[in-house]
Design a protein around this ligand. Structure first.
Ligand SMILES: Cc1ncc(COP(=O)(O)O)c(C=O)c1O
Length: 380
């Protein structure tokens, strides 16, 4: 039987590979991006109550009105912009799904979509599954800021979309307001659509602010904005998120969504709708505390930090004082010999570009971070 290959990525994702290696060698897993602490008991309680109270059947295709209204209120609160919950917000089973759905809504065979690498690993396969071509632009260590001339040069008459991500996985870089202004200027006289992956919007440190594409009126009119509840409420396994886009793009998105999954887990929607109204400690503060704690401990190891993460829950580190192995081999060696699993940053480049960097996830309990660094201190 001959089955078509829908994209150029090969093998199992690095996240699965490193987590499996971590399990096999009993390593502390700082590789995959998920918290290892409990979620807010009000949220888990609300989930239980929703199922008990009979909210167990299909929700509306676009998402529960209560949840879409609460999302709209949250966006108003954080970014001071008005979003129409009926025509601009769609609840999705996570952001990965929303990215695929947005690409599928707009791409046709022969189109091009620009991706800034290192990049979250679903972007390029999603573009290729739609018969389009991913045009890669490499960002450079240590700042991983965008060279706007390079983006401008990459645009052709076939460019249909540009996908961007701030705060950035894996580098922890964040965009300034000026980055959005530059992007707006570049796409002004084109029909290019922006996919803005803002799943780490509430993880920005040192008093910096997350600038959302929603705050740039010109860009907002041509953007899908993708969010994940998993990254905000530490419940990545719930796979819940949402997409905000202007009415015409939302209509196109929903044309795909209604036949891809139709509707999203009802009790989880009720629980989130209720929890969005609860007062919670700012996530920025909690996660900055973890970043600072981790960096302080890491200073006692031979790893070098060229730029502290400004957002997200990832810290990139150089092992230049330890080894000159390629990063994949180094990450495997670190897992097997020292019992700490990380992700090699080359895994986020389709070319495998290797700056000899690894990514740590610090969204962990302090005891997990301390135990990991204790092991790293033993490296000679
Ligand atoms: C940049 C980025 N986008 C999207 C996602 C996926 O979010 P979700 O779990 O809601 O699908 C992740 C998760 O790691 C991510 O890092």
């Amino acid at each position: 039987m001959q089955l078509p290959e829908k994209h150029s990525a090969t093998g199992t994702t690095i996240f699965t590979v490193m987590s499996a290696l971590a399990n096999k060698h009993n390593a502390i897993n700082l590789s995959q991006g998920f918290p290892d602490f409990h979620i807010d008991s009000r949220l888990s309680g609300a989930l239980g109550a929703a199922t008990e109270n009979g909210f167990n059947q299909y929700a509306p295709m676009t998402g529960l009105p209560e949840l879409r209204n609460a999302i709209g209120a949250g966006i108003k609160d954080r970014y001071d912009v008005d979003v129409n919950p009926d025509t601009e917000i769609t609840v999705t089973p996570g952001a990965t799904y929303a990215i695929y759905t947005a690409f599928t809504a707009i791409l046709s065979p022969g189109d091009e979509a620009i991706v800034l690498e290192p990049a979250y690993d679903s972007y390029i396969p999603n573009i290729e599954m739609n018969g389009a071509t991913a045009v890669r632009i490499s960002l450079s260590a240590p700042s991983f800021s965008v060279d706007w001339q390079q983006v401008k040069d990459a645009i052709t008459t076939r460019t249909k979309a540009i996908i961007v991500n701030t705060p950035h996985n894996p580098t922890g870089a964040i965009w300034t307001k000026d980055d959005w202004t530059q992007l707006a200027e570049i796409v002004r006289d084109t029909d290019i659509i922006i996919l803005s992956d803002e799943v780490y919007e509430q993880l920005v440190f040192d008093g910096a602010q997350h600038h959302s594409v929603l705050q740039n009126e010109e860009l907002r009119a041509r953007s899908f904005v993708l969010f994940s509840f998993g990254k905000v409420y530490n419940n990545t396994g719930w796979k819940m998120g949402y997409c905000i886009a202007p009415p015409a793009l939302t209509q196109a998105f929903r044309r795909i969504h209604q036949f891809l999954c139709f509707t999203v887990n009802t009790p989880a929607q009720y629980a989130l709708a209720q929890h969005l109204g609860n007062k919670t400690e700012p996530l920025n503060d909690i996660m900055q505390g973890k970043r600072d704690y981790f960096l302080k401990l890491l200073a006692e190891t031979p790893f070098t930090i060229h730029a502290p993460a400004r957002g997200s829950y990832f810290q990139v580190a150089s092992y230049e004082r330890i080894s000159d192995l390629p990063d994949k081999e180094f990450a495997e060696w670190l897992t097997i010999e020292h019992g700490v699993a990380t992700i090699p940053v080359s895994a986020f480049y389709s070319s495998g570009k290797d700056d000899r960097l690894i990514r740590f996830c610090f969204a962990k309990k302090e005891e997990t971070l301390a135990a990991a660094v204790e092991r790293l201190k033993g490296i000679r």
